[in-house]
Design a protein around this ligand. Structure first.
Ligand SMILES: Cc1ncc(COP(=O)(O)O)c(C=O)c1O
Length: 368
């Protein structure tokens, strides 16, 4: 019986993978090139092939990717950008960073932006919508793109949690004007540090994006715009080139383990499980269950040696810097009821079975 199950333990990388990463590090150390170079170009090439995008620009992290996307689309002071009430804070933070105003809308029962509420949120100042593929579930992008057609509203897909998701044959991040990716270590494809990327189906954005991530210069010392340093580390690009090779196998493992959760827990009436994986539109970045007994269950699992995490405890518009005094019933309910169970390629089947058995032992109505 497993005694201690961490939510995510990246030290569990298999030895052969650790050796490949060490070898890559040694090669890069000997090459002495730590910014730009062929590792970055190779990673960008892999990303653009994978997404069938005309280009991909690797950058420092997913937050910078979102900020640069807004700036490339000329969104700033006086503009409004619609964002869902639940996400990692970056989604709203970047809107403020470029001087625009985030307009929050409630989410649906699964935590995704509720597109039926868009009409109430749109004003003459609305310049963009940022749908977030939260937990690795894809927003209905065909529906959203149909909604914005003819409206002069840009769509930036926050694909930070949805690497590898696809819907009707199109990858997450390729429906909107710009897609923003994160390779934060805990993501399905995670670097050994910070990293992100920007993709678009519109080739004309590439030059602007490349310039903005590099101090507004395309050629050294020719600063034609005010940009920032949002370049990816060469080391991270090199590591990601290695890690990318395992991505599909990791996805299979995630789906296999998610299926065990589903089969074991589907009869627990007091729990709401995430949707079953029927297509590629859910990459199982997080396995989020919902229950009104969330806090009790979290403590119970902790006492059983199982670490869980809450994504997220507070809707963004309830956080001090973003507080708008409005109510968001679904977001507020989800923040009180959601709980992420461990799910990653380094968990064993036995560990997941143990988690399921522990949950089944939990009695929601008793004060244990
Ligand atoms: C939904 C969402 N958006 C944006 C980000 C920001 O990405 P990063 O941490 O790489 O800056 C994250 C990462 O945690 C995220 O989950």
């Amino acid at each position: 019986m497993p005694s201690n199950i961490p939510f995510l333990d990246l030290a569990r990388f298999p030895e052969d993978l650790k050796n490949s990463l060490l070898k890559k590090f040694s090669e890069m150390l000997n090459a002495g090139l730590f910014s730009g170079g062929k590792e970055v170009a190779a990673f960008e090439h892999k990303l653009s092939l994978y997404h069938e995008s005309p280009f991909a620009v690797a950058c420092a992290n997913g937050t910078d990717a979102l900020e640069i996307a807004l700036r490339a689309l000329k969104i700033g002071q006086g503009d409004e950008v619609i964002v869902p009430a639940i996400s990692w804070v970056s989604t709203a933070e970047v809107v403020c960073l470029v001087g625009a105003k985030p307009i929050f809308i409630d989410v649906d029962q699964t935590g995704l932006i509720d597109t039926s509420k868009l009409d109430q949120a749109i004003s003459s100042r609305t310049k963009a919508i940022i749908p977030v593929h939260l937990y690795g579930q894809m927003v209905d992008m065909p529906r959203l793109m149909k909604y914005v057609r003819g409206k002069s509203i840009k769509v930036i897909e926050d694909t930070a949690q949805a690497f590898g998701c696809h819907l009707h044959g199109r990858m997450a991040g390729t429906y909107g004007d710009i897609g923003c990716l994160s390779f934060y270590p805990s993501k399905n494809l995670g670097a050994l540090g910070e990293a992100g990327a920007i993709i678009s189906q519109q080739a004309e954005y590439e030059t602007e994006i490349r310039s903005l991530i590099n101090h507004g210069q395309l050629l050294r010392d020719e600063h034609l715009a005010i940009g920032k340093n949002a370049r990816i580390d060469t080391l991270q690009a090199g590591f990601l080139n290695i890690l990318f090779e395992s991505f599909e196998a990791w996805q299979q493992k995630r789906k296999y383990l998610a299926n065990i959760y589903w089969e074991s827990l589907k009869d627990a009436a007091w729990l709401t499980l995430p949707p079953k994986a029927i297509d590629g539109s859910y990459n199982f970045h997080l396995y989020t269950i919902q229950t009104t007994f969330r806090n009790k269950l979290k403590d119970f699992l902790k006492n059983s040696g199982i670490q869980t995490v809450i994504h997220y405890p507070t809707p963004i518009p309830k956080m001090t810097p973003y507080n708008d005094g409005q109510t968001y019933p679904n977001a507020e309910r989800i923040c009180n009821e959601i709980l992420s169970l461990p799910l990653n390629p380094w968990l064993s089947e036995n560990e997941v079975l143990y988690i399921c058995e522990s949950i089944k032992k939990f009695n929601p109505n008793s004060d244990f």
